[in-house]
Design a protein around this ligand. Sequence first.
Ligand code: ZN
Length: 298
Amino acid sequence: MKAWIALLVLGAPACRALEPVPIRFGTRQFIEYRPGDLPLVIAAPHGGREKPADLPDRREGVLSMDTATDELALAVAEAIAARRGARPHVVVCRLHRIKFDANRDLPEAAQGHPAAEQAWHDHHGFIDQACRDAVGRHGWAFLIDLHGHSHPVAQVELGWLHPASDLARPTEAINHPDFARQGSAELLTRLLNRPYSEFLHGPASLGALLEQQGFPATPSPRLPVPIPPYFRGGYTLARHCDAGRGIAGVQIEANRPRLRDTAANRRRFAEALAAALTTFLPGGLQLERSGPSGAMKK
Ligand SMILES: [Zn+2]
């Protein structure tokens, strides 16, 4: 009898393990894409370490990598999968930034080298594919471009494409439709029918939700106007986020101390971000209950 009970307990795991997803690769495996089924796409453009000898070093621009952001992206994806029983899409660049910068337009990213140009097409092509798939299934997609900064203040910087000075404008100005059009989260106001300022630095903002979990962040109710140096979001966000196509997004710049520095801290942040996103995003980022305008999967 006791053995029978033990078997029952062992045979009924609390959460069904997800099947492994085959990784798709771009040319020479410089870019990897793990397809998902949630309306969330996580890209890590600057965590790559590979320095193939036949690719010349880039001559200008920022050349230093964002340490451990590739591992952080996978940790976030795992934490979300554990919560939701479904996966986000993940696009990871394996090339070191001295060879290729995925978060720049083509000339600056590849600086004329054909293999780096192909990596650029693969990277943005996979993001396009992931967003199209998410919009097709759910009616919307949310893109996180995941980075790491080394600014003096150890806090998470959330870039919505607005310069810090614009975030200091009066609430009425921020909630005007023209303001949202300049940013990367216009779609959220449409989907959730709430004022834009709430998403940027209100009590229900992503910054507020991260702070509640012990990770200082800006913009947030504590620090609604980021103090420079501050990254407001770059090329990838501007290229892909478009309310008309059903895509919103944020550039997350993670500090290194107490966040990216150890595997345990990366897991801790991954859990916090997963919890924050399941509150912040439409439908609680559920597979079966998506955004109000979303086509349902299956
Ligand atoms: Zn970066």
